[in-house]
Write a protein that binds this ligand. Structure first.
Ligand SMILES: Cc1cc2nc3c(=O)[nH]c(=O)nc-3n(C[C@H](O)[C@H](O)[C@H](O)COP(=O)(O)OP(=O)(O)OC[C@H]3O[C@@H](n4cnc5c(N)ncnc54)[C@H](O)[C@@H]3O)c2cc1C
Length: 459
C-alpha cells in the first residue's frame, strides 16, 4: 500500500523518472515525499551544472554568445578537479610541435601560468597548477563574460516537460529546494548527473562496469625546494625513483608507484599519487570511504618521503588534501556519436568536429599499457559526442561526453574538456536562436565558423 501511494505521489509531482537512485526496481525502499510547491527561478537562457574546466568554458562561451547564463556549482570554487581536486599539472597543451587546444582553453592556460612564475615561459606541456590562482582566473573570466555563478548549490533532480525535453532543474542549497528553468541545459558535472537523471543512456567503466582508479591529490608544504629540484627524480615513471623502494619495503601498505608531483610554488609540492580502486563516484558512501582512505594514503606518502628523502622532506607537512575526490572515470553519456578507440587510432577527422585532441590513452588500471601519438598528430572531436541521444535541450561537456572506455582515457583530461565546454556553450545559444532549443538541429558549420573566429584549432 505504502509503495503504491509513493508511486502515485511521485507521478503527481512528475518525479517518477527523475529522482536520482530510484527506479521502478528499487522503489520498495522509497520514502514518499509530500506534495509541495517550491519557488521557481525563471528566465535563464542557458544553465550549466558543474563549474569544472568544461563548465567554466561553457559558461564563458554561452554568455559571450549572448545567452543569459547561470553556472551552478556544488563547491564554493570554480575549476573542479583542477582546483578543488588539486590536480597538480595541466596535461600537454601541444601536440609536440604547437599548441592545439586554443580558443578559451589557451586563454585560461596563459592566465593560469601567471600563478606559477617558476615555470619556463615557453613551456606548453605538464605545466604546474597553483590551484588558488587558477580558481581566481576562472572567477574573473566567467563573471567578466557576464555569466552568473551560484556556489554551494547542487543539482538534486531533473524535471521533464516531455520525455525528451527538460522543464526545470531542482537545485538544493541553503535556501532549500528551488526550480531553475532555462531553454537549454549543459551537463558539466563530470559524472553526467544531469543528463542521466533526464533519462539519457550511459555507460560506466569497462564491459564489467569497472572504472579507472581514483586518487585523492594532496600537497606538502615546507619542502626543501633546492633539494627537491636537484635531488633524484621522484616521478613513479622513473625506474630510479625512491618511490619504488618505498613500495617494495612493505612499510607503507597503502601507497603505490603512481607518484606524479609538481612544485607549485616555493617549498610547496603537489601530488597526484596513489590509487583508490574502482570507486563509484555516484555512490556517496563509496566516495566518503575513499576520502578517508585517501587522506591515510597521503599520510603514508609523507612518512615514506620523510624516511627516504629526509633532506628534502624532513620538515614537510601535509598542507592540504583535495576537497573533491579525484574521479577519473564515471558515466559516459551516449550521444549521437560514440567516439571509439579505433577513431583515436586512425587519427580521424570529422565534418562536425569542434576541436582537436592529441592526449595519449591514459587508463589507470593495473596492467594497462598507454598508447601515444607521434609529434604533430591529433584527432577531431565530433560535435555529436556532446548531444545526448533522445534529449533535445541538453548538451554534455567535459569528461561525461560520448566515448568508449578506451578513447575516454584520452579525452577525459583538462585541455580537451576546456575545448568541449567552449563548443557546448556556443551550441546552446545557437540552439536557442536557430532551432527552438533543439541541440541536434543547429547549423554545425556556423558553430565551427564561430569557433574558428574565436581561434579554435582545426587542421
Ligand atoms: C587524480 C586525477 C588526476 C588527473 N590528472 C590530470 C592532469 O595531470 N592533467 C589534466 O589536464 N587532467 C588531469 N585529470 C583529468 C581532469 O582533471 C578531469 O577529467 C577534468 O577536470 C574533467 O573536467 P570536467 O569539467 O568534466 O569535470 P570536473 O573537473 O570533474 O568538474 C565537475 C564539477 O561539477 C561539480 N558537480 C558535480 N556534480 C554536481 C552536481 N550534482 N551539482 C552541482 N555541481 C556538481 C563538481 O563539484 C565539480 O566542480 C586528472 C583527473 C584525476 C581524477
Amino acid at each position: 500500500m505504502k509503495r503504491r501511494n509513493f508511486i502515485k505521489n511521485m507521478g503527481a509531482l512528475g518525479l517518477a523518472s527523475t529522482v536520482p537512485g530510484l527506479s521502478a526496481n528499487n522503489m520498495s525502499h522509497g520514502y514518499a515525499l509530500p506534495k509541495s510547491t517550491i519557488k521557481v527561478e525563471d528566465g535563464w537562457d542557458v544553465i550549466i551544472v558543474g563549474g569544472g574546466p568544461s563548465g567554466c568554458t561553457a559558461a564563458i562561451s554561452a554568455a559571450r554568445e549572448g545567452a543569459k547564463t547561470l553556472l551552478v556549482e556544488a563547491m564554493g570554487q570554480l575549476g573542479g578537479m583542477g582546483t578543488a581536486g588539486m590536480i597538480p599539472a595541466w596535461c600537454p597543451f601541444s601536440d609536440g610541435e604547437k599548441i592545439i587546444y586554443r580558443g578559451l582553453a589557451e586563454k585560461i592556460f596563459v592566465e593560469s601560468k601567471k600563478g606559477v612564475p617558476h615555470e619556463r615561459k615557453d613551456r606548453l606541456d605538464w605545466v604546474s597548477i597553483n590551484p588558488e590562482h587558477l580558481m581566481t582566473v576562472y572567477d574573473c573570466m566567467v563573471t567578466q563574460a557576464g555569466a552568473k555563478v551560484l556556489f554551494f548549490s547542487r543539482l538534486a533532480s531533473v524535471e521533464m516537460k516531455t520525455k525528451d525535453t527538460i522543464d526545470a532543474l531542482i537545485i538544493a542549497n541553503k535556501s532549500g529546494l528551488t526550480a531553475f528553468r532555462a531553454k537549454v541545459y549543459i551537463d558539466a558535472t563530470g559524472d553526467g548527473d544531469l543528463a542521466a537523471w533526464a533519462g539519457a543512456t550511459f555507460k560506466r567503466g569497462d564491459e564489467n562496469g569497472v572504472v579507472q582508479s581514483s586518487t585523492l591529490c594532496f600537497s606538502f608544504a615546507n619542502v626543501d625546494t633546492y633539494n627537491y629540484i636537484n635531488g633524484p627524480t621522484l616521478h613513479g615513471g622513473n625506474a630510479n625513483s625512491p618511490i619504488h623502494s618505498a613500495v617494495k619495503s612493505g612499510k607503507y601498505p597503502l601507497i603505490d608507484a603512481h607518484f606524479c608531483n609538481n612544485l607549485i610554488g616555493s617549498d610547496v609540492v603537489q601530488f597526484n599519487a596513489g590509487h583508490l580502486v574502482n570507486v563509484d563516484s555516484t555512490d556517496p558512501w563509496a566516495v566518503s570511504e575513499a576520502m578517508i582512505k585517501g587522506r591515510q594514503i597521503a599520510g603514508q606518502y609523507l612518512d615514506a618521503m620523510k624516511d627516504l628523502q629526509p633532506k628534502t622532506f624532513g620538515g614537510a607537512f601535509i598542507v592540504k588534501t583535495g576537497s573533491l575526490l579525484g574521479v577519473r572515470d564515471s558515466r559516459r553519456i551516449e550521444g549521437d556519436y560514440i567516439f571509439t578507440v579505433d577513431d583515436w587510432l586512425q587519427r580521424k577527422s570529422f565534418d562536425d568536429e569542434i576541436g582537436r585532441n592529441c592526449y595519449y590513452i591514459d587508463v589507470h588500471k593495473a596492467g594497462h599499457k598507454s598508447t601515444h601519438y607521434k609529434k604533430g598528430e591529433s584527432h577531431g572531436i565530433p560535435y555529436r559526442c556532446l548531444t545526448p541521444k533522445g534529449l533535445k535541450n541538453v548538451l554534455t561537456a567535459g569528461r561525461c561526453i560520448s566515448t568508449d572506455e578506451e578513447a575516454f582515457g584520452s579525452l577525459r583530461v583538462m585541455p580537451p574538456c576546456l575545448v568541449t565546454g567552449e563548443a557546448a556553450g556556443m551550441a546552446a545559444q545557437h540552439a536557442i536562436v536557430q532551432s527552438k532549443n533543439d541541440v541536434h538541429k543547429i547549423d554545425i558549420q556556423y558553430l565551427r565558423k564561430r569557433l574558428k573566429e574565436e581561434n579554435q584549432y582545426f587542421l
